[in-house]
Design a protein around this ligand. Structure first.
Ligand code: SAM
Ligand code: CA
Length: 247
C-alpha cells in the first residue's frame, strides 16, 4: 500500500475475476465491495442466470457488468421510460435489465448483427416474462436507423442505449439525436474505453483497444460541445455518457 494525496492506493491491485468486469475504480476491492454489498444481493434471479449463461460464452468480456445493469434498470425507472432502443445486444444482459424496468406495455427495439448470441440468452428473457417487450432486429444498426427516420419516427424514443461498434457512434449520434424525444436520454457505453483515453501514445494497448480508442475520444469531444444535449459521463462499468436531448 502507498498513499497519494492522503488516499490509500494499492500498489499491486488484484485483477477482477468477474465476467464483464471493466471497473475503472482504483481499487478492485472497492469494486468487489459495491458488487457484494449493493448489487448481487438485489440482482433478480433471472439476471444472475443470464450472467451465468454468458460466462460460458467465449466473448463474455463484452457483457454489461452487474453494477451497470443495476444502474440502467434504476435509470429507466427514474425517467419513466416506455419506448426504448438498444444497439448492441450480445446475450442480452443490458436488454434484460431494460425489459425488467419497463412497464408491461413498454417496448425495446433491439438491434444486433448477431442473432445467435441473442438467442443464447432468449430462454432466460422468456422465463423472466418480458420477451413480449422486445422487438429484435438482426442486422447493422445504421440502415435500420435510417429506415426509422424515413418512417417518421422522429422524437419517439424515451431512452436509447448504444453499446455496439464504437467506430460508428458518431454516425449513430447524427441519427439518434432526431429519434430520441426532447427530454429523452441516449446512453453511450464504454466512453472511457478501458482507461485508454488517457493512455500515452506509446502505451502497450491491445490491438482492438488501440483501434477504437480514437473513435471513442472523437465521440467524447463531440458530445462535450454538442449544444443539443446536456451530458454526464459516469465512471460506471467502462464509462457511460448520458445525453439528455434539450433541443
Ligand atoms: N449490451 C450487450 C450486453 O449487455 O451484453 C453487449 C453488447 S456487445 C459489447 C456489442 C454488440 O454489438 C455485439 O453483440 C455485436 O454483435 C454488436 N454489433 C457490432 N457491430 C454492430 C452493428 N454495426 N450494428 C448492430 N450491432 C452491432
Ligand atoms: Ca459495453
Amino acid at each position: 500500500m502507498a498513499t497519494i494525496n492522503g488516499e490509500v492506493q494499492q500498489t499491486q491491485p488484484a485483477r477482477h475475476q468477474e465476467v464483464g468486469h471493466k471497473s475503472l475504480l482504483q481499487s478492485d476491492a472497492l469494486y468487489q465491495y459495491i458488487l457484494e454489498t449493493s448489487v448481487y444481493p438485489r440482482e433478480p434471479e433471472v439476471m444472475k442466470e443470464l450472467r451465468d449463461v454468458t460466462a460460458k460464452h467465449p466473448w463474455n468480456l463484452m457483457t454489461t457488468s452487474a453494477d451497470e445493469g443495476q444502474f440502467l434498470n434504476l435509470l429507466l425507472k427514474l425517467i419513466n421510460a416506455k419506448n426504448t432502443m438498444e444497439i448492441g445486444v450480445y446475450t442480452g444482459y443490458s436488454l434484460l435489465a431494460t425489459a425488467l424496468a419497463l412497464p408491461e406495455d413498454g417496448k425495446i427495439l433491439a438491434m444486433d448483427i448477431n442473432r445467435e448470441n441473442f438467442e443464447l440468452g432468449l430462454p432466460v428473457i422468456q422465463k423472466a416474462g418480458v420477451a413480449h417487450k422486445i422487438d429484435f432486429r438482426e442486422g447493422p444498426a445504421l440502415p435500420l436507423l435510417d429506415q426509422l427516420l424515413e418512417d417518421g419516427k422522429h422524437g419517439s424514443f424515451d431512452f436509447i442505449f448504444v453499446d455496439a461498434d464504437k467506430d460508428n457512434y458518431l454516425n449513430y449520434h447524427k441519427r439518434l439525436i432526431d429519434l430520441v424525444k426532447v427530454g429523452g436520454v441516449i446512453g453511450y457505453d464504454n466512453t472511457l474505453w478501458n482507461g485508454s483515453v488517457v493512455a500515452p501514445p506509446d502505451a502497450p494497448l491491445r490491438k482492438y483497444v488501440r483501434y477504437y480508442r480514437d473513435f471513442v475520444m472523437e465521440l467524447n469531444k463531440a458530445l462535450a460541445v454538442d449544444p443539443r444535449i446536456e451530458i454526464c459521463q459516469l465512471p460506471v462499468g467502462d464509462g457511460i455518457t448520458l445525453c439528455r436531448r434539450i433541443s
